[in-house]
Design a protein around this ligand. Sequence first.
Ligand code: ADP
Length: 396
Amino acid sequence: MTQANKLVDPLLFELVLKNRQMAYAISDHTLTVAQVGGATSLFHPLEGSIIGRSLYEVAPELIGSEAELQTILGGESPFYSVALVNRETPAATLGYVSLTNLPHRDDAGHCIGIVHLVEDVTQQGVLEQRLTQQRNELALLRDRLAEQNLALTAANVELHNMHALKSRFVGVAAHELRNPLTSILGYVELLEEDEAQFEAEHVQFIDTIKRSAQRVLSITNDLLDVTRIEAGNVELILRPTNLATLVEEAADELQLQVNAKQQRLFLDASDRLPLALCDPARTQQIVTNLLSNAIKYTPAAGEISIRLDANVHAGFIVLSIADTGIGIAQAEQASLFHSFFRASNSHLTRATGVGLGLNITRSLVELQGGRIWFSSELNQGSTFYVTIPIEEQPES
Ligand code: ADP
């Protein structure tokens, strides 16, 4: 201190300490305070003078650190500090101070007491407190997130299991239904061969049984297809295929239905259509689904046009099936390929269905590497487009 007094004006020293919110207390070797300076309000509030009081009264936080202070007095340690002590300020708000204890030496360098420094570190303390609080909140959020993730994973697993169970149930049920249905249809066909021996009313009964069984069989097959597609169990056998012939055959099979509604069916295919590379049976299913929809959702005397155009440059053939039917409302168009979706006007033509055909059709088209889309206007008609890859010709 004598050294400081010699070099620094004591008034200036005091000004700097107060400005920096620092204070000091010099105590002798019995830790009795002999001199104080700077912002003394930073000390623990005491009644009366600080001079002559024990350092432990001035800084009660040092109680318990007697051994550390003795090592300074004994010259074994250069300092002892306590960081971020919270202390009530004169304004009764909570503040933070840091305490540093240094040896006080005489001119000969002997330790004769302790210089106790107090520094206001409230800003740092508040920041650290906020940081700790935010860290705790973050940890809490992280814990909650981990818990929610765990619950979500468990729910997902359960959902997946339930979905698999549902698919298995539907698959087994549809499979078990198919055998008796096929046998009913077989016997109905036998009865049809002997139609002459039945009365007209009974022939009608046989026809009703046949149509109902065919309908249930078609739903059963759709359900089986959906479970196969969901499980990734659809095996495609890709072959070079003449699409014009395939489409003609599909149209022939539906000709009775077209005739029954007095509709007109047109097929327009270029003579020089390249071969497609596709699974013929599945492509037949795609065409039949779209064509039977066009027939179902087009009123009597309407028109249906099938076109096949090659886009050799892009590597595919475009199949389009246009009808002059009931169309699909704009608001419902986005849901058209969802399973079990039926548009609100689907009853208008008294068409039966369960809303699986387009969903299956889209999956089959995409499995073959094609795309499907449509354009439609309510009460005007719809056109469905499908692309089917062209068989690549070896370069000659
Ligand atoms: P389904 O015909 O068995 O109901 P689909 O999946 O084939 O099922 O078709 C889903 C729905 O899309 C149909 O119920 C119908 O509302 C609508 N839809 C499909 N094709 C047409 C079409 N050509 N014209 C008008 N609506 C159609």
